[in-house]
Design a protein around this ligand. Structure first.
Ligand code: NAP
Length: 287
């Protein structure tokens, strides 16, 4: 399967292949155990964007043959109530993966809610346990889905990361930080940049691989890049624009992910892949 076109790394063919492999794996799990892998999603409150994200996740579950259990809690839910709900899902043998849609309403201690998810069911990689195992390059955890999707895109494009200098712009717990850990585990030399970084363009100029996870439309400029750099744009901003100025960057980069159609499709495919993997582990099904 080729997922590059001109100098673009396309996410859809890779995401489609992951969805197909996942559907096959789910069918095998059902055949061997009689159990349907199940993802529980928990949504607190009425945020319209969160509702849309949950709907997309449930659609993908259906596409992969994964069962789903959706829990909707109202806006005034307390931390204790949310922790109790998640703990119940944690001990339910029919649930194999748990996803808490975030952000949660302000009165809730989001960290306490995340930590109620057992690592074995943390298919979105949000717990301390998942993060630290990922950072120590230990098995038995699932990384955050978008950075893992970026790793799979790099792999599918045949990029050997060993010894390459990767500059990650952004240090959020769901994107920049896990991204850095995953790149490090593949022997890249990693620089993590953030809002206090001095002379960002000069650092980006040294990068063989740039990952933009900033949340600012068209932030990274083509003239910041080293000739032939590989550019992975995790950004998704209103108007379907990424965190990289595509036109100027595509002229300099050897490979670049477009927005939309680059990193975007990978996140949900990885979530499905990790849910199937969690179910296989919990049910003792080997590959
Ligand atoms: P976030 O939590 O807002 O983090 C943004 C990061 O960028 C922070 O670490 C921040 O630094 C850094 N930053 C902000 N301004 C900067 C500047 N001028 N120079 C250098 N660094 C700067 O965002 P996020 O959740 O990581 O998301 C990042 C992007 O990815 C967004 O566009 C989002 O929409 C997209 N995203 C896409 C997916 C997907 O499925 N494709 C999933 C999640 C997110 P400080 O830490 O110093 O504040």
């Amino acid at each position: 399967m080729s997922n590059t076109l001109d100098n673009k790394i396309l996410g859809k063919p890779v995401a489609d292949a992951i969805m197909q492999q996942t559907a096959d794996r789910v069918a095998k799990i059902k055949e061997q155990t009689g159990v349907t892998p199940c993802l529980a999603t928990v949504l607190v409150g009425e945020d319209p964007a969160s509702h849309t994200y949950i709907r997309m996740k449930l659609n993908r579950c259906e596409q992969a043959g994964i069962g789903s259990k959706h829990i909707k809690l109202d806006d005034s839910t307390t931390t204790e109530q949310l922790v109790a709900t998640i703990s119940e899902l944690g001990s339910d043998p029919q649930v194999h993966g748990i996803l808490l849609q975030h952000p949660v309403p302000h009165q809730i201690n989001e960290r306490a809610a995340f930590e109620a998810i057992p690592v074995s069911k943390d298919v979105d990689g949000v717990t301390y346990g998942s993060f630290s195992r990922m950072w120590f390059d230990e098995p038995g955890c699932f990384p955050s889905c978008t950075p893992q999707g970026i790793m799979l895109l790099l792999e599918s494009a045949g990029i050997d990361l060993s010894g390459k200098h990767a500059v990650v712009i952004g240090r959020s717990p769901i994107l920049g930080k896990p991204m850095a850990g995953l790149l490090l585990a593949k022997n890249a030399t990693v620089t993590i940049c953030h809002s206090r970084t001095k002379d960002l363009p000069a650092l980006v100029k040294q990068a063989d691989i740039v990952v933009a996870a900033v949340g600012k439309p068209e932030f990274v400029q083509g003239d910041w890049l080293k000739d032939g750099a590989i550019v992975m744009d995790a950004g998704y901003n209103p108007g379907n624009v990424g965190d990289v100025h595509f036109e100027s960057s595509a002229k300099v980069a050897s490979l670049i992910t477009p927005v939309p159609g680059g990193v975007g499709p990978m996140t949900l495919a990885v979530l499905m892949q990790q849910t199937a993997q969690a179910a296989a582990q919990q049910l003792g099904v080997k590959d």
